[in-house]
Design a protein around this ligand. Structure first.
Ligand code: NAD
Length: 258
């Protein structure tokens, strides 16, 4: 892979699994130094670090503002700079709004939305002073349109798109960009976990639940792969995307076209 990010440093939240891990691996292969973050077994974290060039790791909990901000400071201290921030950590919970547990609402808003705010606020001063910055927030198709039973997730992801636009305007004259990626259903543990409950709910096989229910809104009727999202992120943090700012880029097999 072309070393388009040689000499740069990146922090990817929620990068022990799924989309975040794929993004971290692509940034590493493009020459960036990457700090990983997220939960998982010691073996999974060690494997993720090894796949990104023995990358440093922060166990910061994205539901805790102080830990988010300390993680950004840790990355700057480790690398002496932070050029790229990818806010990716996220969780999902599916329930009717009347029964939606308050604790789940609070956790989703904190991890999927507020952590982005805290990380951006902590990273921007350094980006401004060094004269370079790329911020990518992993939102969702659910940042642009809604589905039922996902109130917290849809609210948080719409918030991420709004946060992205507002930050983009604040940095518009600086050599910094802030954009959102809006994936449809991506083959990761977060989305795959939704298949079995749908199969049980509708009394169908998991294959039918996937095609007819989970992917009902995704016209391609196939999973987006984590590497496809990572390639979009790689382009957004690279040297050719400086004119793209405040965008919410869809990668959803045609979902938003319908
Ligand atoms: P995943 O479950 O594979 O990965 C989530 C990552 O976030 C993991 O590394 C996990 O450890 C980390 N994480 C969760 N809670 C955390 C916390 N409190 N502190 C630190 N890290 C935490 O899921 P994924 O599908 O790769 O999701 C990544 C992002 O992509 C999320 O923001 C998700 O909303 C978004 N997204 C996913 C899909 C999809 O279909 N998979 C679609 C659109 C958007």
């Amino acid at each position: 892979m072309e070393q388009t990010l040689a000499g740069q440093a990146a922090l990817v939240t929620g990068s022990t699994s799924g989309i975040g891990l794929a993004i971290a691996q692509f940034l590493h292969r493009a020459g960036a130094k990457v700090m990983l973050n997220g939960f998982g077994s010691a073996e999974d974290i060690a494997a993720a670090r090894a796949s990104c060039g023995d990358a440093p790791y922060s166990g910061a909990d994205m539901s805790k503002p102080g830990e988010v901000r300390a993680m950004v400071a840790e990355a700057e201290a480790a690398f002496g700079r932070l050029d790229i921030l990818v806010n990716n950590a996220g969780i999902q919970f599916v329930s009717a709004v009347e029964e939606f547990p308050e604790a789940k609402w609070d956790a989703i808003i904190a991890i999927n939305l507020s952590s982005n705010f805290h990380a951006i606020a902590a990273a921007l001063p350094g980006m401004r002073s060094r004269g370079h910055g790329r911020i990518v927030n992993v939102a969702s198709a659910h940042g642009l349109v809604a589905s039922p039973f996902k109130t917290a997730y849809v609210a948080a992801k719409h918030g991420v798109v709004g946060l992205t636009k507002s930050v983009a305007l604040e940095v518009a004259e600086a050599p910094i960009t802030c954009n959102a990626i809006c994936p449809g259903f991506v083959r990761t543990p977060l989305a795959e976990a939704q298949v079995a409950p749908l199969a049980a709910k509708h009394g169908v096989s998991e294959e039918v639940a996937l095609k007819q229910h989970l992917l009902a809104k995704q016209p391609s009727k196939r999973w987006i792969e984590p590497d496809e999202v990572a390639r979009m992120a790689l382009w957004l943090v690279g040297p050719d995307s400086g004119g793209v700012n405040g965008a919410a880029l869809s990668i959803d097999g045609g979902w938003l076209a319908a």
